[in-house]
Design a protein around this ligand. Structure first.
Ligand SMILES: Cc1cc2nc3c(=O)[nH]c(=O)nc-3n(C[C@H](O)[C@H](O)[C@H](O)COP(=O)(O)O)c2cc1C
Length: 219
């Protein structure tokens, strides 16, 4: 296969939207959570698919990084919460090394947020409460999938789902003991806004004691 050159694909469109962008007082902020909440609310209005999808980066015990998308299920000043299988590859990384990072990118807004810190599992009560809100199909799926482990065919999974549907018929599906949430407690949050000519706006917050320091960064 030859080399694929990706150059200036729809750059004109991006450039035009970037010229219209302003930073709307982003640099007046003294703490990151309210700014994140505002950007997230705008993303929910403007992104057509999964505004809550964020890339989660973890590091294995031997120092190998790994990144994948997860859905952000909640955030407040305590941190950013996502859910997964506790026996997955990412869970193994996080239990060996709690340092992790999340990255959100909202294309329509031309905005990126990078969040870095340590993760800790959410309480069983918090995971139970969220699991109870999930669609029944997703609840069954959480039991059916031995996430990140090999499987011979889709049929194996479908048979397992059918068995579990019979098992839990007429009953509430409980949370699998191996399924839960993690909260990333940020030490650093950086907001990035697409501006013309690659002269983007960047604002980084770093935790210091109970407060935050702020720094504008070069693009
Ligand atoms: C948009 C999107 C959202 C996803 N959300 C989740 C999620 O919330 N939790 C999850 O465990 N996997 C989610 N996945 C699947 C993961 O990216 C990944 O394939 C899976 O968790 C296994 O990762 P691991 O083997 O590194 O543990 C999502 C994938 C996409 C593309």
């Amino acid at each position: 296969m030859g080399t694929l050159r990706i150059d200036r694909y729809d750059a004109g469109h991006n450039e035009k939207s970037a010229r219209k962008r302003r930073n709307w007082g982003m640099f007046d902020r003294t703490e990151p959570f309210e700014l994140f909440a505002e950007w997230f609310a705008e993303a929910r209005r403007t992104e057509t698919v999964n505004p809550d999808a964020v890339c989660l980066a973890t590091v294995s015990p031997s120092g190998v990084p790994s990144a994948r998308m997860v859905l952000l299920k909640g955030f407040d000043v305590a941190g950013f919460v996502f859910y997964s299988n506790g026996e997955s590859a990412k869970a193994a990384d996080m239990s060996a090394n709690p340092a992790a990072a999340l990255c959100a990118y909202w294309k329509a807004l031309g905005r990126q947020v990078r969040i870095e810190g340590n993760v800790a599992p959410v309480s069983a009560a918090e995971a139970d409460a969220y699991f109870a809100t999930r669609a029944r199909g997703s609840q069954i799926g959480a039991w059916a999938s031995e996430q990140s482990r090999p499987v011979d065919s889709r049929a194996v999974l479908e048979t397992r789902v059918a068995e579990l549907e019979r098992k839990w018929a007429g009953q509430l599906v409980p949370r699998p003991p191996h399924w839960g949430g993690w909260r990333l407690v940020p030490q650093r949050i950086e907001f990035w806004l697409d501006r013309p000519d690659r002269m983007h706006d960047r604002l980084a917050f770093a935790r210091i004691g109970t407060g935050w320091t702020r720094q504008r960064l070069q693009p």
